[in-house]
Each structure stands twice: as structure tokens, then as C-alpha cells.
Design a binder for this molecule. Structure first.
Ligand SMILES: NC(=O)C1=CN([C@@H]2O[C@H](COP(=O)(O)OP(=O)(O)OC[C@H]3O[C@@H](n4cnc5c(N)ncnc54)[C@H](OP(=O)(O)O)[C@@H]3O)[C@@H](O)[C@H]2O)C=CC1
Ligand SMILES: CC(=O)N[C@@H](CCC(=O)OP(=O)(O)O)C(=O)O
Length: 346
């Protein structure tokens, strides 16, 4: 049994980790660290957790964490993990950061898009990008994981096979993202409160989204050339779920059936990616509460374009579920341990 700490206790990422770890046989939540509410019980803020986690939350204490836990999940905003993760480099503690702090290899690029000081270069160099469908072997041997962003998870899983097999022009990609409100975390803001989001679809961070450099960095790694994309994000009136509908110009003459067959073979060994049959496109509800990424594909022979839709639950495959998938791989457990639940439908 490995002992686990979660930092960022009162946030959505943390409570989703608690929900998912409830059915994990090899990880035990030893402590929940809260910056704002240490000493208090999490169930005071989230009564649905009553009897699932009733210990008081604790203040951050690096030495105690080093002595008492094996794995730390950082469910904190950007700018927090970059200062704490380096303090564990002399210990055996595994660190999994759900924020964007360790995802970009270049400090300069991070500082441009996040407008914060970047992590030390040595920490960035040490962190493995936790997208198991791309870097499974590296993750198995990692000690520090940068868990991917929610939109990059959906977009990359939808695009990787097409780029790797040179089906599409990597310079023609347009990614249209739509997300539920829980993607913005637990704090109510003017952007997310009810009267702003109800019966509304709101484009946001156009041309400035922090996931643009992340998507481009990993697409470029697959294509082995520098790729730029057009990526837009929309806030839609639902709680969970995210869809990236993506468009690109075909480089080869292929049919929908052929591309679907290629994607199905590509993801055969990856338990959380499900590729739909021809004519079926996934909806966000079909993955709700689960770690699945469902992908639908259509080749538009009339316009020589491909349309790929990729859906995830932003809090599961987009954050806490993927973090647990990474912990499973890092510790030699089955990749899907604790994550085998059927999506919540309807
Ligand atoms: N929500 C989502 O769908 C996704 C989130 N992420 C990323 O995961 C991380 C967590 O997200 P989420 O849980 O939704 O965010 P929340 O805003 O809901 O929670 C973050 C928590 O971090 C703690 N915190 C806030 N400020 C500080 C600070 N200055 N120092 C230390 N701790 C602080 C707070 O908890 P406390 O005061 O109890 O410590 C807060 O509740 C973020 O980096 C987010 O970008 C990634 C993918 C998807
Ligand atoms: C609705 C909403 O605001 N969603 C967030 C999702 C980003 C996120 O959760 O995570 P990282 O910044 O850690 O990648 C956004 O679009 O910025």
C-alpha cells in the first residue's frame, strides 16, 4: 500500500482524486493539505465526502511529507508546484502535478503564456509528460509527472495517429474546444457564475489560451517539425465534459473506414481510448465520470478535410483520473486499476 498526499484540498481536482482513490486498492490517502483551510475537515465544505474522508486537513510540511508519504498529487493552481516539487528531488517521493507548471520545456514559453516565473530548468527536464498513450514507457520510470491539461489531452489523443501516419497536413489543424464550467475550478468568478453561463456559449482566451503552447509542443514532437495550430475555447452551460472538434486537410486519399481502422489499431493496447464506428460521433455525456476518451472520425471527401471529435470528462481523463493512471504506471500496477467504472449515463 502506498501512502498518498493531495495538495490543494478544497479544489475540484482534489475532491475528484478522493472520489477515484476511494476504489483504489493500492493507494491510501494519508493526508490532504490545504493552504486556506488546514485544521478544518473537508466534509464541512463538501458534505458528500462525509465518512469518506473525515480527518482534518493539514498545513504543508515538506519534512513530514518526505517521511510519511510515497506519492503527492498537486491539485493546485499554476505557480505552486514549481516551488514545491524541487524540494522533493532528494527524496523518493513521486510527484504528480495537475497544473501547467511542468508541461512546457522552455521556461521562456511558460513565462510568456502563464505570466509567472517558471520552474527551475532541472525540474522541467526531469518531469515526464503524463499522457500514457504517448509516453507510457517513460512514465513507468518517472519520478515527476506533469499531468497534461484537459484540452491538450483531448486534442492530442484525437490527432496523434493522423499526424504520426501523415494522413493530415500538420500545418492545417484547427481545434475547436468546448468545456463545462468545472474546468475553471471550484471558485465562483464573473466568468463562470450562473447568470453568465446559463443559456450561453462564451468564447474565451481567444489567441491567448495557455494550452496553445502545450498542444503545439507535443504535436511538434510527434511530427518532428514545428507546428502551429488555431485553437479556440468556449465555455458552455454544463458542469463536466469537454469536446475538441478538429479539422485538418488530408494529405492522403483515405476513406472514413480506413482512418477509423487505423485509429482502432493504434489505440488497441490503450484501455481508455475508444474509437467509434463510422457514422457515430461521441458526446460528452458518454464519458462522464469516467477516464475514457471517445473519438469520432469523418473524412469529408468533398472538401478533402478530416473532422475528428474527441471527448473527455475534464475532471477525470482531463485531470484526476489521468493522474491516477500515471501513478498506476509509475508503480507497476495495472494501468486501469481503480478507473474501470462505466460512465454515468444519462
Ligand atoms: N478543473 C479541471 O477540469 C482541471 C484542472 N486542472 C488543473 O489542476 C489544478 C487544480 O484545479 P482545480 O482543482 O480545478 O482548481 P481549484 O481552483 O478548484 O482548486 C485549487 C486549489 O488549490 C489551492 N490553492 C489555491 N491557491 C493556492 C496557493 N496560492 N497556494 C497553495 N494552494 C493554493 C486551494 O485549495 P486549498 O486552499 O485547500 O489548499 C484551491 O482550492 C489547476 O492547476 C488546474 O489548472 C487541469 C486539468 C483540468
Ligand atoms: C473553463 C475553464 O476555464 N477551463 C480551464 C481549463 C484549464 C485547466 O483546467 O487546466 P490547466 O491550466 O492546468 O491546464 C481553461 O480553459 O483555462
Amino acid at each position: 500500500m502506498k501512502e498518498v498526499a493531495i495538495i490543494g484540498g478544497t479544489g475540484y481536482g482534489a475532491i475528484e482524486l478522493i472520489r477515484l482513490l476511494g476504489s483504489h486498492e493500492y493507494m491510501h490517502i494519508n493526508k490532504i493539505i490545504s493552504h486556506s483551510r488546514y485544521g478544518e475537515r473537508l466534509a464541512m465544505f463538501y458534505p458528500h465526502l462525509t465518512e469518506f474522508y473525515d480527518d482534518p486537513m493539514e498545513e504543508l510540511d515538506i519534512d513530514r511529507l518526505k517521511e510519511e508519504v510515497d506519492i503527492i498529487f498537486f491539485a493546485t493552481p499554476a505557480g505552486v508546484a514549481k516551488d514545491i516539487v524541487p524540494k522533493f528531488c532528494d527524496s523518493s517521493v513521486q510527484c504528480i502535478d495537475l497544473s501547467g507548471d511542468l508541461r512546457l520545456q522552455s521556461r521562456k514559453v511558460y513565462e510568456t503564456w502563464y505570466e509567472k516565473e517558471a520552474a527551475p530548468q532541472a525540474t522541467l527536464d526531469n518531469a515526464i509528460y503524463g499522457l500514457p498513450e504517448m509516453y507510457k514507457e517513460k512514465i513507468r520510470n518517472a519520478k515527476v509527472i506533469s499531468n497534461p491539461g484537459c484540452f491538450p489531452t483531448s486534442a492530442l489523443l484525437g490527432l496523434i495517429p493522423a499526424i504520426e501516419h501523415q494522413i493530415i497536413s500538420p500545418h492545417s489543424i484547427i481545434i475547436d474546444g468546448k468545456t463545462g464550467v468545472s474546468g475553471a475550478g471550484g471558485k465562483a468568478t464573473t466568468m463562470t457564475h450562473y447568470s453568465e453561463t446559463n443559456e450561453n456559449v462564451k468564447p474565451y482566451k481567444i489567441g491567448a489560451h495557455q494550452h496553445i503552447p502545450e498542444i503545439e509542443q507535443y504535436l511538434s514532437a510527434i511530427a518532428t517539425e514545428e507546428i502551429k495550430t488555431t485553437f479556440t475555447t468556449h465555455l458552455i452551460p454544463m458542469t463536466r465534459g469537454l469536446i475538441c472538434t478538429m479539422y485538418a486537410t488530408l494529405e492522403k486519399r483515405v476513406t472514413t473506414k480506413e482512418v477509423i481502422h487505423l485509429y482502432q489499431s493504434y489505440y488497441e493496447a490503450h484501455p481508455f481510448v475508444r474509437v467509434r464506428e463510422e457514422g457515430s460521433f461521441p458526446t460528452t455525456k458518454e464519458v462522464c465520470g469516467s477516464n475514457f476518451c471517445d473519438i469520432g472520425i469523418h473524412v469529408n471527401e468533398r472538401t478533402n478535410q478530416i473532422i475528428i471529435a474527441s471527448v473527455i470528462d475534464n475532471l477525470v481523463k482531463g485531470a484526476s483520473g489521468q493522474a491516477i493512471q500515471n501513478a498506476n504506471l509509475m508503480n507497476g500496477w495495472d494501468e486501469d486499476h481503480g478507473l474501470q467504472n462505466i460512465p454515468i449515463y444519462p
